[in-house]
Design a binder for this molecule. Structure first.
Ligand code: AHR
Length: 495
């Protein structure tokens, strides 16, 4: 690989390391909120979970859904808790007690050091309710909805900046599913009203739920033809899994993500050209992760419970490698992908697991996300990488080594993230960094394990954890480092 200070791709928007909390399963009830827990603060938020979230330095958290939002009445979750109604959540067939609502979540986010990315319901509701919600959250006071917020004890406006115009509206499973034209029309009218209330907000229009949707990418074209001038982002969602236990194909799933991003960029730029617009649409990849382990178990869960154990994927070491490749791919598209949300954050397909009333621990995927969030801020570099390649069932020309470099000029650091997909051999990774005079290795952190299916549990929370490797060195402007077989690597250089 070659990295040169002159060849810079884009500055990383820190919101690339966002995440997601939905009213789903034990994300809220039993996850972030557990008033009976020994570590609970005065609002019932678990301090141990907050500490783990703060460690990840998550800058923005999407809320309250997800599929949940398409049936949600946000007004049910504000005001005195004792008079809030319990509602049936049809998306996840659960009971929503509304003990946590938007004001509590804003408070939780402050404690977590994150901004809120708020979604409005464009499934069962429409432009009026979307407008009212922005007024409740962001208008200083003197109007009905802003004064209602003040009467609920929140004198200062929440100033929520990023808003999602619904969720996965292309999906037949969605409450209030729409055609692209129906959604595009509603989204643009909602956008107008929301921005008339608060012109400082940024809006995300729903893109396709995944690249396999029969309406992809026509959905993007039509939705953007309606909304292009009124929104800042189009959303992308994608989940991956190893359903056929085919490791070479599973490790290559990031090629699918890469192709999907390129296709959405093409659709955006087509609409840009058609509209003779000077504006370039950005991407909010606001749901991405591995999700497949819990699919069967979820079918057995009794409906209409508060906080049932849904989507509780227990992640293996190989999942962490895939998450590492997906993070590298997102960074490599930092010029267009400005927001991304690891879906989700606690208990529900999450890096953080909890036991109701008990322990909390880090899943395997916690670590690549932690490293990328901590060391992936700065400028993504154009890198010329030559790697041997392999073919597998689902892909051809899969590079054995996947990598990206981020230069943090302020900190004087250059960080290289790399995954070695090779099952049998370590890789000797050589990188020309001559342009960075005096570059030296700070550390080489590795996530590796002989058992691909190993997981972290309450009993063995540190089974998969990063270690430091010695041996990486820069000599005559060339970094040489061994990447162990099947490993996630973070090589930090002082530059
Ligand atoms: O993140 C879980 C679910 O996945 C979300 O609710 C939905 O938007 C997507 O299908």
């Amino acid at each position: 690989m070659t990295i040169d200070p002159q060849y810079q791709l884009a500055d990383v928007d820190s919101r690339l390391f966002g995440s997601f909390i939905e009213h789903l399963g034990r994300a809220v009830y039993g996850g972030i909120y557990d008033p009976g827990h020994p570590s609970a603060d005065e609002l019932g938020f678990r301090r141990d979970v907050l500490a783990l979230v703060r460690d990840l330095q998550v800058p923005i958290v999407r809320y309250p859904g997800g599929n949940f939002v398409s049936g949600y009445r946000w007004e049910d979750g504000v005001g005195p808790i004792e008079s809030r109604p319990a509602q049936l959540d049809l998306a996840w067939r659960s009971l929503e007690p509304n003990r946590i609502g938007l004001n509590e979540f804003v408070e939780w986010s402050k404690r977590a050091g994150a901004e809120v990315m708020m979604a409005v319901n464009l499934g069962t509701r429409g432009i009026e309710e979307a407008k009212q919600m922005v007024e409740y959250c962001n208008h200083p006071g003197g109007s009905y909805w802003s004064d209602l917020r003040r009467s609920h004890g929140h004198v200062d406006a929440h100033r929520i900046k990023v808003w999602c115009l619904g969720n996965e509206m292309d999906g037949p499973w969605q409450i209030g599913h729409k055609t692209a034209d129906e959604y595009g029309r509603t989204a643009v009218e909602a956008a107008k009203l929301m921005k008339w209330v608060d012109p400082t907000i940024e809006l995300v229009a729903c893109g396709s739920s995944n690249s396999q949707m029969p309406t992809f990418p026509e959905w993007e074209r039509i939705v953007l033809e309606h909304t292009y001038d009124h929104v800042e982002y189009i959303s992308m969602h994608s989940y991956y899994g190893n359903r056929h236990n085919d490791l070479p194909s599973y490790l290559a799933q990031s090629l699918d993500m890469d192709h999907f991003i390129r296709s959405v960029i093409a659709a955006c730029d087509y609409v840009k050209a058609k509209k003779r617009s000077r504006k370039t649409m950005s991407i909010s990849f606001d749901e991405w992760n591995v999700w497949f382990h819990s699919n069967d178990a979820d079918k057995q869960v009794e409906p209409w419970q508060v906080g049932p154990p849904l989507l509780e994927d227990v992640y293996t070491f190989e999942d962490a490698l895939v998450v590492g490749c997906l993070l590298i791919t997102l960074l490599r598209h930092a010029d267009r992908v400005k927001i991304a949300c690891l879906a989700q954050l606690v208990n529900v397909i999450a890096p953080i697991m909890t036991e109701n009333g008990g322990a909390s621990w880090k899943q395997t995927i916690y670590y690549p996300f932690l490293h990328a969030s901590r060391y992936g801020r700065g400028t993504v570099m154009h890198t010329a990488l030559q790697s041997p390649k392999y073919d597998c069932k689902e892909f051809t020309d899969v590079p054995y080594v996947e990598s990206v470099a981020v230069w943090n000029q302020e900190a004087g650091e250059l960080t290289i993230f790399a995954v070695n997909r090779d099952q049998h051999e370590h890789a000797l990774f050589e990188c020309n960094v001559r342009g960075f005079a005096g570059a030296s290795v700070i550390e080489h952190t590795v996530l590796a394990h002989p058992d691909l299916k190993v997981v972290n549990t309450k009993e063995h929370p540190e089974e998969v954890a990063p270690t430091q490797l010695q041996g990486a060195a820069v000599d005559a402007g060339v970094l040489s480092v061994q990447l162990p077989k099947l490993s996630w690597n973070v090589i930090r250089l002082r530059v």
